[in-house]
Design a protein around this ligand. Structure first.
Ligand SMILES: NC(=O)c1ccc[n+]([C@@H]2O[C@H](COP(=O)([O-])OP(=O)(O)OC[C@H]3O[C@@H](n4cnc5c(N)ncnc54)[C@H](OP(=O)(O)O)[C@@H]3O)[C@@H](O)[C@H]2O)c1
Length: 347
C-alpha cells in the first residue's frame, strides 16, 4: 500500500467533515510535495461546506483549504528553485492532492515561495489566499482594477498622492490590500474596522481609520475632511450588501469598486462607475503573468517587511480543530487574526 496520511474530508456536497486516511501523492512536473506544518482557514472553506458554492469543488469526498505552509519533502521534474527541506508557503487548489486540510500536499512551484527565517510556519500560512485577492483586485487586468503593479519595471509613481478607501482593513484581505496600497504610493490610505483594531490597521499602513459602524453618509463626510481629491478606488474586502452600499456612496465618477464577493450594487452608465468581483486564485489562466511576478516577490516582501503576515491564533486538535474554527469564522467571531491549524498534531 502507498504511504498514507490523515486528511479532513468533506464527505459530500453540503455534508460533514470527517477525519480520513488518504495516500500521500507524488509530485508531477512543476510540483512539490510539502509536509504541511500550518494550514490557515478562510471564509470560503465554510461557505463551500454550507452551500457548495460556485462549483469550486466538484468531487467528493473533498479536501478543502488553500493556505499552506510546510517543508518540501520531494521536488518534481523541472523544478529548479526549491530543494527538499526548504520551508515554504503556497496557494492550494480545489483538488484533493493540492489542498491544505491534510498532512501532505502537492503545490505548484510557481505559486510557492520560500519562507524567510524571520517568519514562522504559522505566520506564513496566513499569506497566500488573501494576498492573492489583494494583488488581483488592485492590479489584475481581468477581475481587478488593472493598476500598474509597483514591483514591475514599468512602475513609476503611478498612484502617488491618490486616495484609496479599503473597507474592512482588519480582515485578512483588507490587511494585505492596505500594505499593497502603501507599496503603490496611495495617500491617504483610509480604512474601516472596529475601534479595537485601529492600532492593527495603522501597523499595516492605514493613514486614516474610521469606525466600521459609520453610515455611508457619515463616512463620506468624515473622509471629505481628510482629502478633497476624488476617491477613484474603493476596495471592499467585506463586500456584504451593506458595505457595498457604503462603498458605492464614496466612489467618485469613473471610479472602480473592487469586491471580494459578487456585486449587489448596480453599475451606472451616467457616472461611469465599475464594480468588479475579484478572484484571487492563481490556478486559472487569467492574470497568469501577474501571479508569477507577485509570487516571485513574496519571499523578499516578507523578509524585508514590505508585507507583514497576519496575526494568528493556533487551533487545538490538529485537523479536527478546523471544524470548530470554521464555525467561528461563519459566526463572525474572528477579529483581526487568521485561524491556523497544525495538521501534524492530529490524533
Ligand atoms: N474573491 C476572492 O478571491 C476572495 C479571497 C479571500 C476572501 N474572500 C472573501 O472576502 C471576505 C473577507 O475574507 P477575509 O478572509 O479577509 O475575512 P476575515 O479576515 O475572516 O474577516 C474578519 C474581519 O472582517 C471584519 N469585518 C466584518 N464585517 C465588517 C464590516 N461591516 N466592516 C468592516 N470590517 C468588517 C472584522 O473586522 P473587525 O473585527 O475589526 O470589526 C474582522 O476583523 C469573505 O467574504 C471571503 O469569503 C474572497
Amino acid at each position: 500500500m502507498s504511504p498514507q496520511q490523515k486528511a479532513l474530508v468533506l464527505t459530500q456536497k453540503q455534508g460533514n467533515f470527517e477525519l480520513s486516511s488518504r495516500s500521500i501523492p507524488s509530485p508531477g512536473a512543476g510540483q512539490l510535495l510539502v509536509k504541511i506544518q500550518s494550514a490557515a482557514l478562510n471564509p470560503v472553506d465554510w461557505k463551500i461546506k454550507d452551500t457548495g458554492i460556485l462549483g469550486l469543488v466538484t468531487h467528493y469526498p473533498a479536501v478543502l483549504g488553500s493556505d499552506i505552509a510546510g517543508i518540501v519533502e520531494e521536488v518534481g521534474e523541472g523544478v529548479e528553485n526549491f530543494r527538499k527541506g526548504d520551508r515554504v508557503l503556497a496557494h492550494g487548489k480545489y483538488t484533493n492532492d493540492l489542498a491544505a486540510f491534510q498532512q501532505y500536499t502537492l503545490t505548484v512551484a510557481s505559486f510557492t515561495a520560500k519562507i524567510p527565517s524571520s517568519e514562522s510556519f504559522d505566520s506564513a500560512a496566513t499569506v497566500a489566499v488573501a494576498l492573492d485577492a489583494a494583488v488581483v483586485g488592485l492590479y489584475g487586468n481581468e477581475m481587478g482594477a488593472g493598476l500598474t503593479p509597483p514591483w514591475t519595471e514599468s512602475a513609476g509613481d503611478h498612484e502617488s498622492k491618490k486616495p484609496i478607501v479599503i473597507l474592512g482593513g482588519s480582515s485578512s484581505v483588507g490587511s494585505y490590500t492596505i500594505q499593497l496600497a502603501r507599496l503603490s504610493g496611495f495617500y491617504p490610505i483610509i480604512t474601516t474596522a472596529s475601534p479595537s483594531n485601529e492600532e492593527l490597521v495603522r501597523e499595516y499602513g492605514a493613514t486614516h481609520f474610521f469606525d466600521r459602524n459609520l453610515s455611508g453618509k457619515q463616512l463620506k463626510a468624515a473622509i471629505s475632511k481628510v482629502t478633497d481629491r476624488p476617491i477613484r478606488i474603493v476596495y471592499d474586502s467585506i463586500s456584504l450588501p451593506e458595505t457595498q452600499l457604503v462603498a458605492w456612496e464614496l466612489l467618485a465618477n469613473n471610479g472602480t469598486l473592487v469586491l471580494t464577493l459578487p456585486a449587489s450594487v448596480k453599475e451606472d452608465e451616467g457616472k461611469g462607475r465599475k464594480a468588479i468581483h475579484t478572484f484571487g486564485y492563481p490556478h486559472v489562466p487569467q492574470n497568469e503573468e501577474l501571479y508569477r511576478s507577485s509570487w516571485a516577490m513574496v519571499e523578499k516582501w516578507l523578509s524585508e517587511g514590505t508585507i507583514q503576515p497576519n496575526k494568528y491564533e493556533v487551533l487545538p486538535n490538529g485537523l479536527e480543530g478546523i471544524i470548530e474554527g470554521l464555525e467561528r469564522l461563519k459566526l463572525g467571531q474572528v477579529s483581526g487574526v487568521k485561524l491556523v491549524a497544525h495538521p501534524q498534531e492530529t490524533q
